[in-house]
Ligand binder design. Structure first.
Ligand SMILES: [Zn+2]
Length: 269
C-alpha cells in the first residue's frame, strides 16, 4: 500500500476548532475552588513495532504529527494530575486501547489499512476515503482519551464505560468546529463494522461495547442534534428515522451539559 496519500486537510480543520473548547466552557461558570492542579500532559511516545513492515508509516505519522497535534490540543484545554502517554503500536488488528497500568493510549498502526478497506467500499474518490480514514482515526483516539480521562480524573459515570468513552469523543469532536465530519466517519465505520455486518452473534451481546449499529445511531443522532438545519441531510438521506431524530437535539444538549459539568474543574481558562 502507499502511505503517502494520507491527506491531513480534514484533520487540520477538525482540530483547529477544539482550542475554542475552553472559551465555551468558561461561560458555563467560574473556576471551582477545587480545580485540579496542572501537573501532567498528554505525551506522545515512540511507536512500538514488532517488525519493519510499518517503519515507514510510523515515521510518516510522526513527521505529520498525527498524535502530536491531538496531544497539543488536549494540553491546551485540560489540566491533568499526571502524564498520559499516546503512541502507535503494531498489535495485529485494527483496534486501539487505553492501558491503565501504563496510563497510555495505544493506537494500532494497522487501523490505517483496516479503515481504508472499510471506507473504500463506501466512497468513490480517494479524497473521500482519506477524509473518512482521518475522521475515524480522530474518533478512535478521542474514544481512548475518554477512557484515559475517566481513569486519571476519576470521572463518575453510569452505564457502560464504553458508552461514556464514545460520548466524550462525540462531545469533543462535535463541539469543536467541523469535528462533526469526524464523528460521522466514526459512525460510518461502526455501520460497516465487518465483524457484525454479516450476522450479530451471541458474543456481540456479551461484549462490553454497545452493538456497532447502536453506536452508529447514537453518534449520528448527536451530530444531527447539534444542528438540525446544517445536518438535515442525515434525516433526508435516512441515516436516522424521524422517531429517533426528534429526540436528538435534547440528547446533544444533555451530552454537552454533562461533559462541561464533569470536566469543569479540569478545563483550563
Ligand atoms: Zn473503549
Amino acid at each position: 500500500m502507499s502511505h503517502s496519500v494520507w491527506s491531513r486537510g480534514l484533520r487540520r480543520v477538525a482540530l483547529a476548532g477544539l482550542a475554542t473548547l475552553c472559551v465555551s466552557a468558561c461561560e458555563n461558570g467560574a473556576a471551582s475552588a477545587h480545580a485540579t492542579e496542572d501537573l501532567g500532559d498528554f505525551v506522545v511516545r515512540p511507536a512500538v513495532l514488532e517488525d519493519d513492515q510499518y517503519t515507514e508509516l510510523a515515521a510518516q505519522l510522526s513527521e505529520e504529527r498525527w498524535l502530536e497535534d491531538i496531544a497539543d490540543v488536549l494540553n491546551q484545554s485540560l489540566k491533568l494530575p499526571v502524564d498520559i502517554g499516546m503512541r502507535f503500536a503494531q498489535c495485529g488488528e485494527n483496534n486501539a486501547y487505553y492501558v491503565p497500568d501504563d496510563r497510555e493510549i495505544q493506537v494500532c498502526i494497522e487501523m490505517f489499512e483496516g479503515e481504508r478497506d472499510t471506507f473504500a467500499a463506501y466512497y468513490d474518490s480517494e479524497e473521500e476515503i482519506e477524509d473518512a480514514v482521518n475522521g475515524s482515526f480522530l474518533f478512535t483516539v478521542f474514544h481512548e482519551v475518554g477512557h484515559a480521562l475517566i481513569d486519571v480524573l476519576e470521572i463518575p459515570f453510569t452505564g457502560r464505560e464504553e458508552d461514556a468513552a464514545d460520548s466524550l469523543a462525540a462531545w469533543w469532536l462535535i463541539d469543536g468546529d467541523d469535528g462533526e465530519e469526524s464523528a460521522i466517519s466514526g459512525a460510518l465505520s461502526f455501520y460497516t463494522d465487518p465483524s457484525e455486518a454479516a450476522e450479530v452473534e451471541e458474543s456481540d451481546f456479551e461484549d462490553e461495547h454497545s452493538l456497532s449499529q447502536q453506536r452508529y445511531y447514537t453518534l449520528t443522532c448527536l451530530v444531527y442534534g447539534s444542528d438540525t438545519e446544517q445536518y438535515a441531510s442525515l434525516l433526508e438521506d435516512e441515516w436516522l428515522t424521524e422517531a429517533r431524530a426528534e429526540q436528538c437535539p435534547a440528547e446533544f444538549q444533555r451530552l454537552t451539559s454533562t461533559w462541561y459539568t464533569l470536566l469543569n474543574d479540569h478545563l483550563k481558562e
